[in-house]
Design a binder for this molecule. Structure first.
Ligand code: UD1
Length: 387
């Protein structure tokens, strides 16, 4: 085994993205570093975990992300294969470019894979959106979060409860820094450029009258393996969605995993095309427009729970737990799991005008990335002085 080949080299800040939810988190960080920390040049690495035009390229365009300096092109695979491929392909990039630190965001397989490679080469790792915990180790993201946070050097958190989680796990308080939510930076920066839902529907050959007739609509996304990889579970959820659709029309934006499974399990007929508009994965501005105008959102996504809170739109989360408790305590989120009665009751409350309105959590103010830029330069200089 060769010794770690890099040690505190004053190279670029290497920013890692891999999957769709990473892109909206990294875009404001890159912008803030360019504007507020010109002494810290950046480099963008895309692992290629998500690679479809709909899952990747369109979001790069919408968010004004630069073309990646390096694309590792790993693609899909089992967790082991995907994580291992990112690690094998990332190592030579790290050796070549000798970054001063690696910034990872969120909780996807690429986050953990790049973290593991970097820490073993003594390259400082900065984790943005650290400390979130669902306390459900069946979620692959939970494993990615716990392991990344144990070995990362600087931990930027979106809500104060994340700091409590980290301290409970023995993380030294001086590694933790509360900066707010970079994903909400992206939302606020793009809010006024959001695409109108009617235009989004037209672009897919759908007559917007489907929604306009009702005057309101709901937005649905589902992609968690626990909800969509098991035929009876997915079938039950589609049946509940059909009952919701009797009350208000739905726009169901389908992840490739979900669309594939609905077809594979023979569940397509459970979706009534007169009440449910099916769309492929949307660009950032299309999704923002749909959420902002929705009467309610039904989802199992982590990001949508936060975005709906920032938009003040009621969100029903089709999961038993959330790693983002502030969206429930202060925001518009309600956890409903797969409980048919709870889901329909909440929908009826919202339609009666009694949905949660919530308030904007602390530091979800569009300036989280600026706080990171301000902290990072000082922290890097300090780590060089006291390695
Ligand atoms: C990943 C993240 C999840 C995140 C989600 C957002 C992990 C463990 N999971 O899940 O946290 O919420 O991204 O989408 O990292 N596929 C395509 N085109 C693509 C990418 C994927 O068709 O561009 C299909 C493939 O069939 C693939 C499947 O989607 O096998 C799942 O992709 P994968 O990257 O393994 O995980 P996600 O479910 O997208």
């Amino acid at each position: 085994m060769t010794a770690p080949s890099i040690s505190m080299a004053p190279g670029p800040v290497m920013c890692i993205v891999g999957a769709r939810p990473n892109f909206m988190k990294m875009a404001p960080i890159l912008r803030a570093l360019a504007a507020h920390a010109p002494g810290l040049p950046t480099m963008l690495v895309h692992t290629g975990q998500h690679y479809d035009r709909d899952m990747s390229d369109r979001l790069f365009t919408d968010l004004g992300l630069p073309r990646p300096d390096i694309n590792l092109d790993v693609g899909s695979g089992t967790h082991a294969v995907q994580t291992a491929d990112v690690m094998r392909r990332f190592e030579p990039a790290l050796d070549t470019h000798r970054p001063s630190c690696v910034i990872v965001v969120g909780d996807v397989n690429s986050t953990l894979a790049c973290t593991l490679v970097a820490v073993k080469k003594n390259v400082p790792v900065v984790h943005v959106e650290a400390g979130l915990r669902s306390y459900d180790r069946k979620m692959p993201e939970e494993i990615n979060r716990v392991l990344t946070d144990q070995v990362a050097d600087r931990l930027y958190i979106t809500e104060r409860s994340a700091g409590d989680n980290l301290r409970r796990e023995g993380v030294a308080p001086e590694r933790i820094c509360f900066v707010g939510n970079v994903m909400i930076d992206s939302l606020l920066a793009n809010r006024e450029h959001a695409q109108r839902p009617a235009d989004t529907l037209r672009a897919h050959g759908v007559d917007p009258a489907v929604l306009a007739g009702a005057g309101r609509f709901g937005v649905v996304t589902l992609h968690r393996p626990s909800n969509v990889d098991d035929a009876p579970v997915l079938g039950r959820l589609l049946d509940v969605l059909a009952e919701v659709a009797e009350r208000l029309p739905l726009v169901f934006v389908q992840h490739p995993r979900t669309r594939g499974n609905i077809e594979r399990f023979g569940l397509s007929q459970r979706i009534d095309p007169r009440r449910v508009v099916l769309l492929p994965p949307q660009g950032y501005l299309e999704m923002l427009g749909l959420m902002a105008e929705a009467t309610l959102v039904l989802t199992d996504s982590g990001g949508l729970q936060e975005e709906t809170t920032a938009l003040g739109v009621p969100c029903l989360t089709l999961r038993a737990n959330t790693e983002r408790p502030i969206t429930v305590d202060e925001g518009t989120n309600t956890m409903v799991g797969d409980d048919r009665v709870a889901i329909l009751q909440c929908v009826d409350e919202i339609l009666a005008g009694r949905g949660k309105r919530g308030r904007t959590p602390e530091f979800w103010d569009g300036r989280a990335a600026e706080r990171i830029a301000a902290d990072l330069g000082a922290w890097l200089a300090d780590s060089r002085r006291h390695p």
